[in-house]
Design a protein. Structure first.
Ligand code: HEM
Length: 140
C-alpha cells in the first residue's frame, strides 16, 4: 500500500523540480497519511479479527510482524513525511533533507517487505497461493 509513495518519491526526486518534490511531499502528508493510517489500522485490526479462528505458524508470523509495521510507520515514516514536507515547502533541500529522505526510503522498503510477507502468508492461509506441503502441515 505504501508503494505509490515510494515510487512517486524516487521518480520525482530523480527527475522532478524542487516544486514538484514539495508538492508531492505535501500530498503524501495530506491526504496521503489520512488515507493510509486508517487503512493500516483496518488491515491490522481486521487481521487480528479473522485470526481468532485460526492458529499456526503463518498466523503467528503475521502477528509478530504487525507491531514492527505499526511502530515503523508511526515512529519513523509519519514523522519523516511531515518533516520532509515542511522542509520541501520551505525550499530547504540540504544534507539533512536527504539524510532523512534516505531514512524514510529504507524504513518504507522495510515496511513494504513486511506487508508483502503478510499478504503472502494471508493468501497462503486463504488457499490462494500454492504452499509447500511442509508449510501446510505446520500451519494447522
Ligand atoms: C499489513 C498487514 C496485513 C496485510 C497486508 C494482510 C494481507 C492479507 C491478505 C492479502 C490476505 C488474503 C485474503 C484472501 O486472499 O482472501 C490475508 C488473510 C489473512 N490474514 Fe492478513 N494481512 C495483514 C495483517 C494481518 C494480521 C495482523 C493478522 C493476524 C495475525 C492477519 C491474519 C490473517 C488471516 C488469519 C488470514 C486468512 C483468512 C482466511 O482464512 O481466509 N493478517 N491477509
Amino acid at each position: 500500500m505504501q508503494r505509490p509513495f515510494f515510487l512517486a518519491t524516487i521518480l520525482t526526486e530523480l527527475f522532478g523540480s524542487h516544486a514538484a518534490v514539495a508538492q508531492l511531499k505535501s500530498l503524501i502528508v495530506a491526504p496521503g497519511l489520512w488515507i493510509m493510517m486508517p487503512l493500516m489500522a483496518a488491515a491490522g485490526g481486521g487481521g487480528v479479527f479473522v485470526a481468532k479462528s485460526r492458529k499456526g505458524r503463518l498466523v503467528d508470523a503475521k502477528k509478530k510482524r504487525m507491531p514492527f509495521i505499526a511502530a515503523n510507520g508511526l515512529l519513523v515514516l509519519v514523522p519523516c513525511a511531515i518533516m520532509l514536507s515542511r522542509w520541501a515547502a520551505a525550499g530547504s533541500f540540504d544534507t539533512t533533507f536527504y539524510v532523512v529522505q534516505a531514512i524514510e526510503l529504507i524504513a518504507g522498503a522495510t515496511n513494504l517487505t513486511l506487508m508483502g510477507l503478510n499478504a503472502r502468508d494471508g493468501m497462503r492461509m486463504a488457499g490462494r497461493l500454492r504452499t509447500s506441503p511442509a508449510a501446510v502441515g505446520r500451519a494447522h
